[in-house]
Design a protein around this ligand. Structure first.
Ligand SMILES: [Fe+2]
Length: 590
């Protein structure tokens, strides 16, 4: 006689959800008295163990407090200390000294490293990346054919190989096919003795009609040549909405391709992000000259070159290095100064523009230097610091329109990202983009931006809520996370350490202008630098690492900084960013 618990299995013998189990178990059974209760106890024990494991994992707060409304009721992480929230701020400025046992720089991986070696042959796809493209589409990019560098190069014909992507929701069964586009770029240095570069063929295809929270399997390449990639997969994000929370969003900046970079990348992989933001300075090919010689400082080592050279094969090495994660998790990139890579006739950003797919057209932007996208309950604006950002610029008009369109009842969280920070108390790049801050800060504040993510400075810093250098409970929190581990050295000194550490205002600016002057009011009035850690600087520490964003609900977001020297689940810094719609007029009620 069949026992009732056997009804847990469907026709194919698969175990059904435990809800059905209890329904059937409440009926009478013909089983022996011992069999069913023991099975249930075992099931309950296993289920409880699984739940505990899930709660101990990185998304722990969602299991404990899905509707938590105050930081005090939220769980603890890391070293079991209470996680602070912005409602408890502003926090007293804290500096953690550099740990002298750590390296503050490391060498680049060379071309023979297995992580970056070319394994593809002929026209087999490699360097596969994906990126969000609107709410129901995904860009997939890849490279075929071999790049060339030398005195004599012959650009490949982009039409010599197809740009096909096939995809579907079942492994090995691809129900959709899309034909993408292909292009090449050249990095040319018409100077005696310098080598020129021509890329492999770079393909972009847009996978459309994707359902949210669904796993897709895909291949890319040229089926006519029999040159398709191995199968890859990705899972789409939740549909935009106030209760849609991607589990983990990784944030990395200034990563480069060193042994420190590999540590950052591996730690990021272990945190299993669903989405990654890269806040500029990707490859650092511009720390090299065209013969492949590199240095930690281009200006010191190669000061007499006729133009700022690059060694473009580094981009191909980096593409291979990133692929294991970037082919299955969307990478959303914004440009940094190291992507500029000038050529003659004013050509810049050639590699960035050819290789990186971003949803700029999808978000109404005229170019790849600024754009926006949604990820669950978050609207991200990615801003360009190396293109006109003045109040009469195209970028300003686009940003104003984009922010005005944001429906906070759908995406209550608003996060901005761009490369160089406005709030940075390190000597490196101190107040370098004051013109950008003066132009854009009021607009971001007016629209209640919650969090701002930057790189550029090779260290970590978290601000208190701040606006116009003044503590403001309704201002955004600024994060500097340019500590990905590139070949340039860690930023170790602070502008407030003494006069010799405070840059000259006349020297501290980028090519878009000089707006940095002495403060007119406040504790640093009459000075360009503070004489102590500024009050807006809540926490700063020079160490390599990456960040993770976890949205708890429409009012609480957990920011975590993971350092490379910590083991998995270690925490360098942590904060709940709390929206206060009833208190801050720029943070609408949803
Ligand atoms: Fe930078």
């Amino acid at each position: 006689m069949a026992c009732k618990y056997q009804l847990l299995k469907d026709e194919e013998g698969e175990v059904q959800r435990h809800g059905n189990y209890y329904e059937e178990e409440n009926d009478s059974t013909g089983c022996s008295g011992a069999t069913l209760p023991r099975t249930r106890r075992l099931f309950v024990n296993v289920a409880a163990f699984v739940v505990v494991l899930m709660m101990l994992s990185c998304g722990v707060h969602k299991f404990f407090f899905p509707g938590a409304s105050t930081a005090d009721s939220l769980p603890r992480k890391g070293n079991a200390q209470k996680i602070p929230s912005t409602t408890q701020g502003p926090f007293p400025p804290t500096t953690v000294s550099f740990d002298e046992s750590l390296t503050f720089a490391s060498e680049d991986l060379n071309a023979s490293n297995p992580r970056v070696q070319r394994k593809a042959s002929e026209m087999e796809p490699e360097q596969i990346f994906i990126a969000l493209s609107g709410d129901d589409a995904m860009w997939v990019s890849w490279v075929t054919g071999e790049a060339q560098i030398g005195q004599k190069i012959e650009p490949l014909d982009p039409n010599s190989v197809a740009s096909v992507a096939v995809y579907g929701t079942e492994s090995g069964r691809y129900t959709k096919t899309v034909n993408g586009s292909s292009e090449i770029y050249n990095q040319l240095y018409p100077f005696a003795g310098l080598d020129n570069y021509t890329s492999g063929i770079i393909h972009h295809a847009r996978l459309t009609g994707l359902k949210p929270e669904t796993k897709y399997y895909y291949k890319v390449g040229d089926p006519y040549l029999g040159a398709m990639s191995e199968e890859r997969s990705f899972t789409t994000l939740p549909v935009p909405g106030p209760k849609s929370f991607p589990a983990r969003i990784g944030v990395i900046g200034d990563i480069g391709l060193t042994y420190n970079s590999t540590s950052t990348f591996d730690h990021l992989m272990m945190n299993q992000p669903e989405l990654v933001l890269m806040v500029g300075d990707l490859v650092y090919a511009d720390l090299y000259v065209t013969n492949g010689t590199g240095a930690a400082s281009y200006s010191k080592e190669f000061s007499d070159t006729p133009i700022h050279e690059t060694y473009q094969p580094r981009w191909d090495l980096w593409g291979r290095f990133m692929e294991p994660l970037a082919s299955r998790v969307p990478f959303m990139v914004i440009e940094g100064n190291h992507e500029k890579e000038p050529q003659v006739d004013g050509i810049t950003f050639a590699s960035y523009q050819a290789r990186i797919a971003v949803p700029h057209k999808e978000s109404g932007s005229p170019n790849k230097f600024y754009y926006s996208f949604n990820a669950g309950s978050i609207h991200f604006v990615m801003l360009g610091a190396y293109i006109d950002y003045s109040r009469t610029s195209e970028q300003y008009a686009w940003l104003k329109q984009d922010l005005a369109k944001v429906d906070r009842s759908v995406t209550p969280w608003l996060i901005a990202a761009y490369h160089p920070p406005w709030y940075n108390s390190y000597t490196a790049h101190y107040r370098e983009v004051e013109c950008m801050r003066i132009s854009l800060e009021a607009l971001l504040y007016e629209h209640g931006v919650d969090l701002i993510l930057n790189g550029h400075v090779h260290a970590y810093e978290r601000s208190n809520r701040v606006y116009n250098y003044t503590l403001d409970n309704c201002g955004p929190v600024h994060i500097v996370i340019g500590d990905g581990g590139n070949h340039e050295k860690m930023a170790l000194t602070h502008a407030d350490q003494g006069p010799e550490f405070c840059p000259n205002p006349q020297d501290s600016f980028d090519e878009f202008g000089n707006c940095g002057f002495s403060f007119e009011a406040g504790p640093a009035a009459g000075k360009f630098c503070w004489d102590r850690q500024p009050e807006w600087s809540a926490y700063r520490e020079a160490s390599f690492g990456h960040g993770i964003i976890e949205v708890v609900n429409s009012t609480h977001l957990l920011w975590t900084w993971h350092r490379n020297q910590d083991i998995f689940n270690g925490v360098g810094d942590q904060l709940y960013v709390v929206r206060q719609p009833g208190i801050c007029p720029n943070q609408p009620i949803v």
